[in-house]
Design a protein around this ligand. Structure first.
Ligand SMILES: Nc1ncnc2c1ncn2[C@@H]1O[C@H](COP(=O)(O)OP(=O)(O)OP(=O)(O)O)[C@@H](O)[C@H]1O
Ligand SMILES: [Mg+2]
Length: 295
């Protein structure tokens, strides 16, 4: 398949000019962002979005200015998880004003642009079959607009919540060549670790993006009756040594964290003294320390 750069004629739409102008806008926006962090995992459903929401809140509670891009264009969940689904986006000459959580964390998500609850994201193509062929190109375009056209202001951190799949990070690396680093999320199951290792290889060896570290999510469960820690997944093996070396924290399964995500309340604000909150705040500190060491 040819790219837009190879088109002999663009029927007067000046597509190269449009994309170049938007890339320039994106670079200008990123100039006022200190650190960009992608939260990723090859595996689906391991808690990337929940972790992004909580990491963003933790950094905000620590006094940083934080923006979040819900880079899951097809299955956006962060507006609900962070309690801003009913926000109305305001358009100004400087760009779209992002939604803001009760604590002041900024968020942009496809969910804020969809009119109906059950409306799927449909790309404007001749048929949806054609749209499927162009999906990756269109997703990169949407992501580029999210970063470039949002009035982020000055940010200490811009977090990007990636959709599942080992092939998602290259899109982000293309848009943000000097991506600050990635936080990798896995659950303890061997199945998850197997897939997540592939995304680590993609980030570290192929894209040469710094790995900030690994979060082991749903690592264990604290029995609400006896207080004992129980494992949730079948494996008795400790986390793979490759992951242990860069471990940022092991977050327990806490039903209140799942409920906060469903209710759109901020778990870290509501439950400051739980074990999961403690670990999440430590993860945020390690992310900060990573950038203090390598500015
Ligand atoms: N530590 C945890 N304790 C309790 N619930 C959790 C925890 N981590 C995640 N969850 C819940 O598990 C579900 C799946 O998490 P989430 O949507 O964040 O996964 P994901 O990796 O982003 O999924 P996808 O691959 O579809 O993007 C959500 O309902 C979330 O609230
Ligand atoms: Mg998600």
């Amino acid at each position: 398949m040819r790219t837009y750069k190879e088109l002999p004629s663009d029927a007067g739409s000046n597509i190269i000019g449009q994309v170049t102008a938007q890339m320039n806008r994106l670079q200008k926006r990123l100039a006022s962002v200190k650190h960009t962090v992608a939260i990723m995992s090859g595996k689906g459903g391991v808690g990337k979005s929940a972790l992004t929401a909580n990491l963003a809140t933790a950094l905000t509670l620590k006094g940083s200015t934080v923006g979040v891009v819900d880079a899951d264009i097809n299955g956006p969940t962060l507006a609900k998880m962070m309690g801003v689904r009913s926000a109305t986006l305001e358009y100004t000459p400087a760009g779209v004003k992002p939604a803001m959580t009760a604590l002041g964390t900024k968020l942009i998500s496809m969910d804020l642009l969809l009119a109906e609850d059950d409306a799927p994201v449909l790309w404007n193509a001749h048929t949806q079959k054609d749209a499927f062929t162009w999906r990756s190109t269109m997703e990169v375009g949407a992501l580029r607009e999210f970063i470039a056209d949002t009035e982020w202001g000055t940010l200490d951190y811009l977090l990007l919540d990636l959709p599942p799949g080992t092939d998602r990070l290259p899109n982000v690396a293309e848009l943000i060549p000097d991506l600050g680093g990635v936080v990798v999320v896995t659950i303890p199951s061997e199945v998850s670790q197997l897939i997540v290792k592939k995304s680590v290889t993609m980030a570290r060896d192929i894209l040469k993006v710094p790995i900030i570290g690994v979060v082991e999510n749903m690592a264990f469960y604290v029995c609400q009756h006896c207080g004992e820690e129980e494992r949730l997944f079948s494996t008795d093996e400790p986390l793979d040594t490759a992951f242990q070396q860069g471990l940022l924290g092991s977050v327990p399964f806490d039903p209140r964290l799942a409920r906060s995500g469903d209710d759109g309340t901020l778990y870290l604000d509501e439950y400051r003294d739980t074990l999961a909150s403690k670990v999440l705040m430590e993860v945020a500190e390690k992310v900060q320390a990573f950038f203090e060491k390598s500015p």
